[in-house]
Design a protein. Structure first.
Length: 267
């Protein structure tokens, strides 16, 4: 039985903060994406964070920043408890205070492994934001914006001083699946199947199928469809090419199948 503490506060549709503490196993079923930034700060325990083609072990004190539209989901690690703060915000929430493209995560998601001495200031900054949202005193929206901006500036300074390579801590159990999903993302336009990938990476089809679902949250064919549809949506938004041409470019041989999947994944 899972014990859950879940407190969430929002400011219109531009900002939200959630404190979640959960015991037991909890796995997100599928990757998802959204139009706002996500800050995931782990207060205790461990989680496995899957971002696009790679998986990472998130430990106590780590902070994950998810760029809008990057595919991601989380899964339970070996530690049977985790506690985290999750912040969502749209770029225009703090655009009046700073230029969001000045921050290092403007173009990509990242995992920040913060040193112990920085845990206190980060905890305080996030705690102040949470307190303002919970108490909602006069002017709390402005205080949230200011505290969030200061938090992001401090994270930027940490990156500049530490020369840390974002998202460098991959989960050792996931290295092979990371290699496979990376290959799929680069070769989505080719004829790919569970059997062909199994042969290429010297893995039995049954083991690949089972492990792939466990790690990515998707069946092999479903994941491949999602990669292809994501690329198709990019083509359709950036070019004037016909649907049949786009379908062929991303690996679909039948237009009717492509149209069906596009409708299913749209949005």
């Amino acid at each position: 039985m899972e014990d859950v503490i879940d407190n969430r506060f929002s400011i219109e549709d531009s900002f939200s903060i959630q404190h979640l503490c959960m015991k037991g196993q909890h796995n997100m079923r599928k990757s998802h994406q959204h139009s706002y930034y996500e800050l995931f700060y782990l207060l205790d325990g461990e989680r496995v964070y899957y971002i696009n083609n790679k998986a990472y072990t998130v430990k106590k004190g780590d902070l994950v920043i998810i760029h809008p539209k990057d595919l991601h989901h989380t899964k339970s690690a070996n530690v049977p408890l985790y506690e985290r703060i999750l912040i969502y915000f749209k770029p225009d929430f703090i655009s009046s205070l700073t230029a969001t493209d000045a921050f290092p995560f403007h173009h990509s998601s990242m995992l920040l492994r913060l040193p112990l001495k920085e845990h206190g200031p980060i905890n305080k900054a996030i705690g102040d934001i949470y307190t303002e949202c919970r108490e909602q005193k006069t002017g709390f929206e402005t205080c949230v914006k200011l505290n969030l901006t200061l938090l992001l500036i401090n994270l930027q300074r940490h990156l500049l001083l530490s020369n840390q390579n974002p998202c460098e801590q991959s989960h050792p159990m996931y290295e092979k699946m990371t290699e496979i999903t990376s290959y799929m993302s680069k070769n989505f336009h080719k004829e790919l199947s569970l059997e062909s990938i199994s042969r290429k990476f010297f893995i039995s089809p049954s083991y690949l199928s089972r492990t792939f679902k466990k790690i990515t949250g998707h069946h092999f064919s479903e994941y491949l469809q999602q990669v292809r549809i994501k690329e198709a949506k990019k083509y359709l938004s950036e070019t004037q090419e016909k649907m049949a041409i786009v379908a062929d470019k991303v690996g679909f041989r039948y237009l009717s199948h492509f149209n069906t999947l596009l409708k299913r994944w749209r949005g």
